[in-house]
Design a protein around this ligand. Structure first.
Ligand code: UD1
Ligand code: CA
Length: 481
């Protein structure tokens, strides 16, 4: 049986990013680029994965949060490339781990080494699978297989160019820096993804030289070297060139981010979601939607979000780790984080709902309302300009405009409990801890400091309305300073 090891090259200094953060840790869809490549590598269920990093800026373990490790069976080994002497040198640093003599003792058969770059985050499982299947089995058996993924692009700037002979067989890859004008005009590029038989790799790597403008050991020189030794090389043309776009600069990162977003959007659309403008939605994490969800422009989804059927997300909304029920309407400019929303709720515009808030069914949260760590019962309404924090509201509660739960005494947070069918008048302060009993009505402008009696009207203001007879509006009485 063929054995497969995957090497992910990620030790480059990423100078073109001008950043303290290692390049491969820069995000695409909020996940480090390396984590995307690592996921694609795991999809092949290889026997081992090696990630090559540098000693100066070790890669952050954040990349390997549990959700990133999708295949716990593959063994991951971190390898350090002492000095950044080029892509072939990076691969050399893995050779001791791939030691053939050691391995041959344990197992027989062919071993392939698949080389990926940590800066091509769009590489998909399907692309790698297609590539591996394109490799000629007889060459794999003879331990003399070498192939790479190429792509046809409109703008090849910055990539290595693929040179083919008159029979159309690939015979060399020339880096842009080493290329003359004729070679630069070639639009078939090297993706940086190679697969080589371990035997062949071990024999060729030491023969590479660094006689080039950069004085680096180029992995791409393997092609010419193998050809000179009479080996046949496969170049597998990527069906979708976008998947091999590399990120060397922040501009390329932004281009790749948009391609990544479009891919997410297309997937959602295929599942029955309407997205008003595919260039104006950002999914940074996982978004699951039931059919007939409608997402308007400039919406941002972070973390894990789940949205029920027929729910509408208005323009300029942000959802972070939310679970939203069916037939909900979230109106423009609302920001929800860590919120569970029941069926048929209406939220916004301009609502802010903070973590640990649970809305039951048919709740209405209106404009300029902030809700924090609260449970709001079925059919309850907080329609305008209010702050509700650390509260539990029963069913059919109506909170008037400008109501504040005064939950903080400067040291501790206190709870407000509002039972079913309570009506709270506008501009009320509820000083917690407090229980507003079932059916209470509170008159506008009250400051409530004690638990109320069920079913009663409660008020604290002295109603003292007067008429001032001789007062005149200051019309045409502008004072000259
Ligand atoms: C490389 C290829 C180029 C290809 C392009 C595809 C070479 C010489 N060139 O160019 O043909 O078209 O990728 O995106 O291979 N790295 C190390 N150690 C090093 C240098 C680099 O681990 O000493 C890693 C980097 O972290 C990166 C990858 O190797 O993940 C590629 O290196 P990079 O410098 O980005 O190569 P390109 O110039 O993009
Ligand atoms: Ca690159």
């Amino acid at each position: 049986m063929m054995k497969l090891s995957v090497v992910i090259l990620a030790a480059g200094l990423g100078k073109r990013m001008c950043s303290a953060l290692p390049k491969v840790m820069h995000p695409i869809g909020s996940k480090p680029m390396l984590a995307h490549v690592f996921a694609a590598a795991q999809s092949l269920s290889p026997d081992a994965i090696y990630i090559v990093q540098n000693a100066i800026r070790p890669l952050l373990s954040e990349c390997f949060k549990p959700e990133v490790v999708t295949n716990p069976l593959c063994k991951l080994t971190w390898v350090t490339q002492a000095q950044q002497l080029g892509t072939a040198d990076a691969l050399k640093s893995v050779l001791p781990y791939l030691d053939l003599s050691e391995r041959e003792k344990e197992r027989e058969g062919e071993e392939q080494v698949l080389i990926l770059c940590g800066d091509t985050p769009l590489v998909s499982a399907e692309l790698l699978d297609g590539f591996m299947k394109s490799l000629k089995p007889d060459l794999v058996k003879e331990h003399s297989c070498m192939g790479f993924i190429s792509a046809r692009v409109d703008n090849p700037t910055g990539f290595g160019r693929v040179i083919r002979d008159s029979q159309h067989s690939p015979i060399a890859i020339v880096e842009e820096r080493e290329a003359n004008a004729a070679i630069r005009a070639i639009t078939e590029i090297n993706s940086g993804i190679f697969c080589v038989s371990l035997h062949l790799l071990i024999s060729l790597l030491p023969k590479l030289s660094n006689q080039n403008t950069q004085q680096e050991y180029y992995l791409t020189d393997l092609v010419q070297l193998a050809v000179s030794e009479g080996k046949a090389i496969t170049a597998y043309l990527a069906p979708n060139a976008e998947e091999v776009m590399g990120v060397n600069t922040r501009y390329q990162q932004a281009l790749v981010e948009r391609l990544y977003q479009q891919k997410q959007v297309q997937k959602l659309m295929a599942e029955g979601v309407s997205i008003r403008d595919l260039n104006r939605v950002d999914i940074r994490g996982r978004l699951q939607c039931s059919p007939d969800v409608i997402i308007d422009v400039n919406t941002l989804f972070e973390g894990n979000n789940k949205i029920g059927a027929r729910t509408k997300i208005g323009a300029n909304c942000i959802l972070v780790n939310c679970e939203i029920g069916e037939d909900v309407e979230i109106l423009p400019f609302s920001y929800l984080s860590g919120v569970t929303v029941g069926k048929g709720c209406q939220i916004g515009p301009y609502a802010r709902i903070r973590p640990e808030t649970v809305l039951a069914n048919n709740v209405k949260i209106g404009n300029f309302v902030e809700v924090k760590k609260s449970q709001i019962g079925t059919d309850s309404k907080i329609n305008h300009l209010s702050y509700v924090g650390d509260a539990i509201l029963g069913t059919s509660v109506n909170i008037g405009a400008g109501t504040i739960t005064c939950n903080y005494d400067g040291l501790n947070k206190h709870q407000t409990i509002i039972e079913d069918d309570v009506h709270i008048g506008s501009d009320t302060q509820l000083v917690a801890p407090l229980r507003i009993k079932q059916g209470t009505t509170i008159a506008a402008g009250s400051t409530i400091i004690q638990d109320t009696e069920a079913g009663k009207l409660t008020l604290t203001q002295t109603l003292n309305q007067r008429v001032v007879d001789h007062w005149v509006r200051p019309v045409n009485q502008k004072i000259n300073k």
